[in-house]
Design a binder for this molecule. Sequence first.
Ligand code: ZN
Length: 478
Amino acid sequence: MRAALEQARAAAEAGEVPVGAVVVRAGEIVGRGFNHPIGAHDPSAHAEIEALRDAAKRLGNYRLDGCTLYVTLEPCAMCAGAILHARLDRVVWGAAEPRTGAGGSVLDLFAQAALNHHTAVTTGVLADDAASLLTEFFGTRRVQQRLQALAGHPLRDDALRTPDGLFAPALDCGCASCFYSDWPSLGGLRLHVKDSAGQNASPSAAARQWLLLPGMPAQQGLFRELAAGLAAQGDRVVAPDWLGLGRSDKPKKDQRLSDAQQLAMLQDLLQHLQLDGERGLVVVAHGDAARLAQALVAKQAALGRPVQGLWLINPPNAAAPSADYRLWLEQLQRKLALDIAAALQTSATGAVMDADRQQWAAQFPDKGYRAGLRAWARDALAALDAAALTSAPLKQTMPILISIGEQARWWPAPSQGLDAWLADVAVATGTAGPLASQRCAGGDWLPLQNSAALLQASRFFDAGAQPAALGLVSATLR
Ligand SMILES: [Zn+2]
């Protein structure tokens, strides 16, 4: 039986279910075999059959009178039949096989007097050794299958994935691309996240952590210059592609995506990347990612895991949205084949934006990929149409900064000044200051157009920062 166990180990090494067998005559092993139906493409390649074939060939006789078969596991019906046909004197096995065993577990072919005139049976020999080999094998295989599934992030039938080749690496954030698909909020969709700490990062020693949320349809690469500057200070920088955008998976149907799911994704992201807690996390949102950033800040405060700062760059003015921005959202909803690069022309202007504009359009190889865009436009319009801000109870003291590009057309600064707006954001997120605003050169896509001014403004979130010294205007809560 120890020789049979050796055969079983050989099966395990070959990635097959570990069962081994030997045939013995007059104290000598005359046949060996291990289970390998997968590798042999042969449903009959069980250990017993292989050992019987080996012995019969060696002895030059299909009848194995005077032989004993040792096998680590109770034989199945096929093998029990072969054992009877070979007229073995005796069969000895180790562990019982409750699902397929034909030696008493499911049925007992050896007890059929009409079939069996020859073969005596002994059971339970080194049964624990045989069983633990099997347990270990299946345990390892489960772990491997899980790891494989995680590494592969299989694509759901009701989703699409833009080929990697359509993304220009030069337009990406520089940090490591990380992929996740097993968080509850993702529903099996693959999420792409740029993370300066890399995949499976342990809690960062960085003093400051930044979660950078691009406005639709930009990808994480919108922040590439700002992210490089922040990472160069030793900060941790995390920038996801929204579900339905960039290298994250794109559902085929609008109904599959909503603000609620994106928000749940952000909360999972904070938890799994260990960004929540007292780690100096600042949430930075560009353009119309602002509504999700505000919701995230309020949610985290309600959970008792407040973030430590909120920075809105060119947020849309919900009270008086620009005509250009509203038109963009309505066209996305109405025109399935909207020319995205052209539609962005009033917003992403200038040579510096051309490559990015083309990239944002190229992420949708055809209109089938745009369900996430339409879902986003639907929820963004609903947010604009929701008249009043819901005010959250004041729960936290947290700095809030708004930066506005002076040439912004889609997301211009409100004419009555930024103070009232800042106060509204503070109330909506349940926050009591400090509050500050910044106007600087640049248009609608400020992170790409004036990363130097933004990098300087980022110091607003340092302890004891002096807004005036950073070129910022302080505001107070009404
Ligand atoms: Zn069998």
